[in-house]
Design a protein around this ligand. Structure first.
Ligand SMILES: *[C@@H]1O[C@H](CO)[C@@H](O)[C@H](O)[C@H]1NC(C)=O
Length: 135
């Protein structure tokens, strides 16, 4: 009886400390979002929940975003990579001479002018998938 009570108490303490520790980890904070817009103005924007290191394909319900992103707002503490291909696969420089992906840190980015693999480039209307990682 005594042992199971002690076990319960320590389990409870462990659960509580876990609950307190959780908000400090950005990867588990469901309120962190990356905002993407299909036009330069404040219209056609949608907030996508950031799940660390997981790939968001612009397929299915998100297919309206495919090759349409013009503005991206990256949250603090993360680097988000925008890919021309589905599946978040980086292939380096693409055949057409444009970057296969761009990696952006916190800020509001106009995709028509972003830091690319070899200087400022346009990634307007090119994104098919994105992936964000904590810094
Ligand atoms: C995204 O699309 C690629 C290619 O179609 C597929 O291989 C991958 O499993 C998809 N990933 C997710 C998370 O849906």
């Amino acid at each position: 009886m005594f042992n199971s009570k002690a076990l319960l108490a320590s389990t409870l303490a462990a659960v509580l400390s876990l609950a307190v520790a959780a908000p400090a980890k950005p990867s588990t904070d469901a309120s962190v979002t990356v905002e993407v817009c299909t036009s330069p103005g404040p219209t056609g924007c949608i907030n996508l929940p950031v799940v660390s290191d997981s790939c968001i394909n612009f397929t299915g319900g998100l297919s309206f975003l495919n090759k349409e992103i013009t503005v991206a707002i990256v949250p603090g503490g993360f680097i988000c990579t925008f890919f021309q291909d589905f599946g978040c696969t980086a292939t380096g420089v693409s055949n057409a001479g444009t970057d296969s992906e761009v990696a952006l840190v916190q800020g509001t980015w106009d995709m028509r002018s972003v830091p690319g693999l070899s200087g400022t480039t346009s990634f307007d209307d090119l994104t098919s998938s994105i992936s964000c990682s904590p810094l």
